[in-house]
Design a protein around this ligand. Structure first.
Ligand SMILES: C[S@@+](CC[C@H](N)C(=O)[O-])C[C@H]1O[C@@H](n2cnc3c(N)ncnc32)[C@H](O)[C@@H]1O
Length: 192
């Protein structure tokens, strides 16, 4: 959801080449560009112009519903509608998972202040601070995801951490670095 030109959707197909991938965004030119790149790279991605708050997909359509750096662009009322749509289109046992800026509750006060510099007056991000003040797990539960099915974790930034360290992280042998300078990303969501 909010796939833009799809560059953070394509890696799913690197890992799951047999997957049927759909990217939705409200921006038609982005989708056209994404389609051109996907075709050039021989990737089967179905791009469609849709509002993630009101998707055209039928109930129980997907194994994974995902977004990256999307939700901080939206008012919280939209985030709630989007989580409800994600839950509706996920199959039983499916996963909603979002990569995002860390909420204030996950970072120290200085880093929270540093991140919030990007809000309205400085970098034209009107919803950024409001999103970062949310209890995102509470928002998931608010649309009906069960408390024990909700997840949140830090994952290392693959490019800076490196493939060997990343494998060690996946194998439980290394922790992710703390937030700061893009060292790690905040992941959260819920299983249906
Ligand atoms: C910061 S970009 C997302 C970046 C992209 N996911 C990536 O990882 O490269 C935010 C995107 O959300 C899209 N967007 C905003 N509101 C939307 C909505 N209600 N439904 C679908 N897409 C939306 C915008 O058009 C924009 O492309």
């Amino acid at each position: 959801m909010g796939c833009n030109t799809g560059k953070n959707l394509f890696p799913y197909l690197d890992v799951y080449p047999e997957a049927e991938a759909h990217g939705v965004d409200v921006g038609a030119p982005l989708l056209r560009f994404g389609h051109a790149v996907a075709s050039h790279e021989n990737r089967a991605v179905h791009f469609s112009q849709q509002d993630a708050e009101n998707l055209d997909f039928e109930d129980d359509s997907f194994d994974i519903v995902t977004s990256s750096f999307f939700l901080h662009e939206l008012p919280v009322k939209s985030t709630k509608a989007i989580f409800a749509e994600a839950k509706r289109v996920l199959k039983p046992g499916g996963l909603m998972v979002h990569m995002e800026l860390p909420p204030n509750s996950e970072v120290d006060p200085y880093y929270g202040f540093y991140l919030d510099w990007d809000t309205g007056p400085n970098n034209n991000e009107p919803f950024y601070a409001e999103f970062r003040n949310q209890d995102v797990i509470g928002l998931c539960q608010g649309v009906g995801f069960e408390a024990d099915k909700c997840i949140k974790l830090l994952i290392p930034n693959y490019s800076s951490f490196g493939p060997d360290n990343f494998k060690a992280f996946v194998d439980g042998e290394k922790d992710a670095p703390q937030h700061g300078n893009g060292a790690s990303w905040f992941i959260f969501g819920a299983w249906v």
